[in-house]
Design a protein around this ligand. Structure first.
Ligand code: MN
Length: 248
């Protein structure tokens, strides 16, 4: 396996079709996250016949209040994909009602995934990682990827104890906390993501094509060669795909 991207908003790029073509040509496995269930069918159509790009079903926490009416759609589409995201909680808002709605939506999503099992979830936890961990509980029967983790080191350790993965993007790799967070995460639990087009790389929206630079940053932190880091990161993703369910 070469490189991959576990969290990219392909549908929000100006020309998703040509980007997908390039990803397919280069063979970069990509989880195409979505922010609302109503756009999932369009993503399914866009990625039809793709070898490397997989559509994910999501309901972004910052849209959870406005789009909570789409929860039934989420449940309807859930059997169609193994990939769930972007979902989670965002506590940038201090509005209690908004947070409560977010939590309700997230709980319903987790409950549904719990029933089907074997899902791979890419989760947003800005200023809310403790609540995200509480919502997930100790024995969630699926693979959890904490996307763009920016929480405390203590909660990172809680997540590590549960076997969760952490996906690293170009903005994180440039950030001041990168070194300290990387010391908390075992190398076998680190994955790659672009979070494009929200994150930039070389002043452009980051895409799956930019994962080489993230590998280099990770290799530096691990103090290993780029080749060795690539191998470890590839094995991690293969493990996610093949051994989806964590047997607690
Ligand atoms: Mn995202």
């Amino acid at each position: 396996m070469t490189l991959y991207d576990t969290h990219c908003h392909l549908d929000l790029f100006p020309d998703p079709g040509s980007l997908i073509q390039e990803i397919e040509q280069k063979g970069i496995y990509t989880i195409a996250v979505t922010n609302t269930p109503s756009v999932f069918p369009a993503m399914e159509t866009l990625t039809k016949g793709c070898r490397y790009v997989r559509p994910a079903l999501g309901l972004h926490p910052q849209l959870a209040v406005e789009r909570r009416g789409e929860l039934p759609l989420f449940l309807k589409y859930l059997p169609k994909t193994r990939y769930v995201g972007e979902v989670g909680l965002d506590h940038v808002t201090t509005d209690r009602k908004n947070r409560a709605h977010q939590r309700h939506v997230f709980d319903e999503i987790l409950k549904a995934c719990h029933g089907i099992r074997n899902k791979i979830l890419t989760i947003h936890s800005r200023r809310s990682e403790g609540d995200v961990l509480d919502a997930l509980g100790d024995n969630f029967p699926g693979t959890i990827i904490l996307h763009w983790y920016s929480g405390s080191l203590r909660n990172a350790e809680r997540a590590v104890d549960r076997g969760y993965y952490f996906s690293i993007n170009p903005a994180m790799a440039r950030g001041q906390r990168f070194a300290s967070i990387m010391t908390c995460i075992p190398p076998s639990k680190v994955l790659l993501e672009s979070d494009g087009p929200f994150v930039t790389a070389k002043r452009q929206p980051a895409s799956p094509l930019d994962m080489v630079s993230v590998v280099k940053s990770i290799a530096q932190q691990w103090n290993v060669s780029d080749e060795k880091a690539t191998l470890q990161l590839s094995q991690n993703f293969e493990h996610v795909l093949k051994h989806g369910v964590k047997t607690a």
